[in-house]
Design a binder for this molecule. Structure first.
Ligand SMILES: Cc1cc2nc3c(=O)[nH]c(=O)nc-3n(C[C@H](O)[C@H](O)[C@H](O)COP(=O)(O)OP(=O)(O)OC[C@H]3O[C@@H](n4cnc5c(N)ncnc54)[C@H](O)[C@@H]3O)c2cc1C
Length: 445
């Protein structure tokens, strides 16, 4: 079977895996990414948990055995480690068979031998007579019959056929910090308490403290840490669903007050969660976002030869989500689908993935709740339960309406969050999350 060249937008995990698998099966593909090659080589140095169900099927395409793969990409490969997780990485969730990979090292390995066109930020796709014209920010245009959007949660490819898909913002206040310690300090103050693990967690009530190793080198141990808890309503400065990407680095004093109020923490958490030290670290306020694109809309794109994979189709919250694993699996599965079936019925690919994608998002949200000691599912699809959906980004148009949205994080522990949103009149983007019931209690211009 002869195959048209597959144009992949995004040289992240799903795009690179798809590229590697297609190349290995002799199917031509080109990957376009908005970043420069230099930026790509120095980005994403953080740990991600990879599970065998996602990475084992990839090994034969990389021609590697499991031990070599782990030794190359593990966060602690510099000291000969294999990214040992921790029996407490997800308390009570019984998942201990994964390992911690450094995402930068993984992407470096995946990029080998691929045709990647850097500095190609896709801005639009126009479809005419069965052909797609991709337009890039650098002024270039390219005709192609098959486009795969592997361009992450803010996918530009997705906007080409479903401009109104919107994120669900989950009601959590989450901060991430990064710091480095020298190897001697690490040996003295961290190693005795970590039992060789690369992720440790400590929960105080519903507040979760997490320390993860991002990378180890001769001179430093890079640490990424998170402070997270359920949101506490409108006055909660830690939960800012409408904030712009640029204001993620604006950290309210409330965070430092909260950290101080935790008192003396057991080692090594006290080393990291020290309000004064944290002020000097690179801190970000993270939003816990998910998105599930409706299959009818996906099929509209498939009819034009445009497919989505990874976070572009089904983003899960950073904490609790398995987005990297799902992205890897998507890349492999799509390549195998194309090898077996060609590209004439792309919608059929979605039929093979639909249920898995839905549960990937649902499970991510559920795990996020459990990580914070919230016993039941965070959202109750039966209609009795909570919902918090806040339109953001491209939906903002300066028209102010006030909505009160009821949000309840567990059946036992209701919280109510008031949200002030600026948004055009229709509720169409809420429909994207129609699995959940939302109560619009009030609307005023
Ligand atoms: C700090 C952090 C920790 C995480 N930890 C885990 C974990 O432990 N386990 C887990 O499973 N997941 C984890 N994730 C999530 C995981 O990294 C993502 O789900 C995964 O990378 C999604 O892969 P993707 O290929 O869909 O998108 P991405 O990997 O985000 O790649 C998107 C690519 O598209 C490019 N791009 C974007 N827009 C354009 C455009 N317009 N034109 C051209 N190129 C474009 C980007 O430059 C990028 O290269 C974590 C995420 C973060 C941020």
């Amino acid at each position: 079977m002869s195959h048209p060249t597959v144009s992949i937008v995004g040289a992240g995990l799903s795009g690179l895996v798809l590229g590697r698998c297609l190349k290995q099966r002799g199917i031509p593909c080109i990957i376009f990414d908005r970043d420069t090659a230099a930026a790509a080589a120095s980005r994403y140095s953080y740990g991600i948990t990879l599970y065998p169900w996602a990475y084992r099927p990839l090994l034969r395409y990389l021609d590697l055995n499991e031990a070599s793969f782990q030794k190359t990409v593990a966060v602690d490969s510099y000291i000969g480690g294999v990214g040992r997780l921790s029996s407490h990485a997800r308390p009570g969730l019984g998942e201990v068979d994964g390992f911690r990979a450094n995402r930068r090292k993984l992407e470096k390995m995946l990029r080998e031998g691929l045709d990647i066109r850097w500095e190609h930020a896709l801005t639009e796709i126009n479809t005419e007579d069965g052909s797609n014209s991709m337009v890039f920010g650098n002024g270039q245009k390219l005709q192609t019959s098959i486009v795969v959007g592997a361009d992450g949660p803010h996918s530009q490819v997705r906007r080409a056929f479903t401009p109104n898909s919107n994120f669900t913002i989950l009601p959590y206040a989450v901060y991430n910090g990064k710091c480095r310690v020298d190897p001697k300090t690490f040996e003295d103050k961290f190693t005795p308490h970590m039992s060789g693990a690369n992720v440790i967690e400590h929960r105080i009530g519903q507040t979760l403290l997490q320390i993860t190793i991002a990378d180890r080198t001769e001179n430093a141990v890079s640490i990424s840490y998170t402070y997270s808890r359920p949101a506490r309503g409108l006055a909660d400065l830690g939960f800012t669903p409408e904030r712009s990407a640029a204001s993620a680095s604006r950290i309210p004093d409330q965070l430092f007050d909260e950290v101080r109020s935790l008192g003396v923490l057991e080692a090594p958490f006290g080393e990291v969660f020290d309000a004064e030290k944290m002020r000097t670290d690179r801190l970000l306020n993270w939003l816990m976002r998910s998105i599930s694109v409706d299959v009818t809309e996906l099929n509209t794109g498939a009819g034009r030869g445009i497919l989505l994979v990874g976070d572009a189709a089904h983003a899960t919250p950073i904490l609790g989500g398995d987005g990297a694993n799902a992205a890897i699996k998507d890349g492999i599965d799509l390549a195998e689908y194309i090898v077996q079936n060609g590209t004439s019925d792309l919608a059929e690919f979605y039929r093979t993935k639909e249920e898995a994608w839905r549960s990937c998002v649902r499970d991510g949200e559920d795990r996020l709740a459990k990580m914070h000691g919230q016993a039941g599912a965070i959202f109750d699809a039966s209609g009795e339960g909570p919902i918090l959906i806040v339109p953001i980004g491209s939906q903002l148009d300066g028209i102010e309406r006030v909505y009160e949205i009821s949000a309840r994080t567990t059946m036992e522990d209701p919280i109510h969050t008031r949200c002030v949103t600026r948004w055009t009149g229709s509720c169409s983007c809420w429909a994207a999350s129609s699995a959940y019931r939302m109560t619009r209690m009030e609307a005023a211009e």
